[in-house]
Design a protein around this ligand. Structure first.
Ligand SMILES: Cc1ncc(COP(=O)(O)O)c(C=O)c1O
Length: 418
């Protein structure tokens, strides 16, 4: 058959003179066209990485051991996620069916949006927060309802509750929140979940280990909590306790405290009824075998986790004290980073830090964060380097706290999320 004509019965006739064969006319779905882009500054991060909130050191030494035991032949096999999900579920005192391992929380957020959001549904979250919520919810054609925090950057609880409508289908609660470090209490989460029984509540606990509070315990199906280890990753009343909401999903990542950001692995945990939908939407091979081996080796190593978390707590206290001494306004943080207010010369400050070998993250484009910069907390010697660079950079700029309340020098026309 000639390519210039179609003879298939019922098919539209294509006129070879007017048929534009260039791929440039192809459009994606309208929601993808409207979706904002997310371009984190990932290139060439060879300086000290106090910019992305990953673990800045290394994962548990057990990971090297486990990876050393992988045979080359094992790379030829499709990965099997289920046995590792069972290990992680046991660690969290959940049933294996309650845990879905994902290609890090980024994929978890995508899967939750893909599974539960219809076009026009409302997706509610507070801002400033993690930008992947915007990207994924908009990509599904959902309506974003974003509740702006005030200048305290605390979670805007009352206004958030008031923003729930019959169309709210997905609520995302981030605790501790990135980039503010603010937290949401368990009582607040329960109140929100009960006020929106028609919605899925995704509690993003990516920074859980640095804070310690969690709603994971709500998912435990047994009342027998006596078996919980002293330092548990699970807290709170079990799901069988009256009044515990049944519409909560919890996201956790292995990128932060566990130090596996490069392997891309995280999880979504929840009631079996909701997890069944998510599992259906997920690829069976979404987490690779190297990541699975690393997760299996890491979950039991509380000694390593305790060490890393204590390094972070000590480092955060030192950075906060140094900022206070230099009179740099900052917000209280419950995570492995601190958000500070530098004012209109935020870009110059980031450049000064880089000139001293330290990467930090300009958050000025985030809603309500004009002039704000975030620094990740590392281990002891990295904290020492970071504090020295902070001091030297501000001194080199002749920075004074009086600058903080001056308006932006160049007003931004469109937000350029990074
Ligand atoms: C609040 C929050 N959720 C999720 C993520 C993504 O983590 P992952 O590396 O697991 O995709 C991040 C990463 O910075 C984050 O800040």
């Amino acid at each position: 058959m000639s390519p210039e004509s179609t003879t298939t019965p019922g098919a539209p006739r294509i006129d070879s003179d007017t048929w534009d064969r260039s791929a440039t006319t192809i459009q994606p779905r309208r929601a993808i066209l409207a979706m904002p882009e997310y371009h984190p500054p990932l290139a060439g991060r060879t300086a000290l990485r106090l910019d992305f909130n990953e673990n800045t050191h290394a994962p548990s030494p057990r990971v090297r051991e486990a990876l050393g035991q992988l045979s080359l032949a094992s790379f030829t096999v499709y990965p099997e996620r289920t046995p590792v999900e069972a290990v992680v579920a046991q660690h969290l005192q959940l049933l294996p069916e309650q845990v879905l391992l994902t290609n890090a929380v980024d994929e978890g957020i995508h899967l939750v949006c893909f599974t539960f959001l219809e076009e026009g549904d409302e997706c509610l979250f507070a801002v400033p927060s993690f930008f992947m919520y915007d990207v994924n919810a908009m990509g599904m054609g959902a309506k974003l309802v974003r509740v702006q925090a005030d200048e305290t950057l605390a979670f805007p609880f009352e206004r958030f509750l008031a923003a729930i409508t019959p169309k709210t289908k997905l609520i995302i609660l981030t605790t501790p929140n990135n980039p503010t470090g603010a937290v949401i209490t368990r009582d607040q989460i329960h109140t929100i979940a009960k006020a929106a029984p028609h919605a899925v509540i995704l509690v993003d606990e990516a920074y859980f280990h640095f804070h310690g509070d969690t709603v994971m315990g709500n998912l435990v199906t047994t009342d027998d909590l006596s078996s919980r280890p002293e330092r548990s990753e699970v807290e709170g009343p079990a799901s069988s306790t009256p009044d515990v909401p049944q519409n909560i999903l919890v996201a956790r990542t292995f990128s932060k405290a566990y130090g596996l950001a490069n392997l891309r692995v995280g999880l979504i945990a929840g009631p079996v009824s909701l997890m069944n939908h998510l599992r259906k939407a997920s690829s069976p091979y979404n987490v690779n075998g190297v990541a699975l081996a690393a997760v299996q080796a890491s979950v039991g190593d509380t000694e390593y986790l305790d060490w890393y978390v204590s390094q972070m707590h000590e480092g955060r206290a030192r950075v906060e004290k140094a900022l206070d001494n230099m009179k740099v306004p900052r917000w209280p943080s419950h995570a492995n980073f601190v958000l500070m207010h530098i004012g209109p010369r935020h870009k110059e400050f980031v450049a000064q830090m880089l000139a001293r070998g330290v990467l930090i993250r300009d958050r000025s484009a985030d809603p309500g964060l004009d002039g704000c910069v975030r620094i990740t907390i590392g281990v002891e010697d990295q904290t020492t380097t970071g504090i020295a660079a902070l001091r030297d950079s501000l001194a080199a700029m002749n920075w004074t706290p009086a600058e903080v309340n001056k308006p932006e020098i160049e007003p931004k026309d469109t937000p350029e999320y990074e």
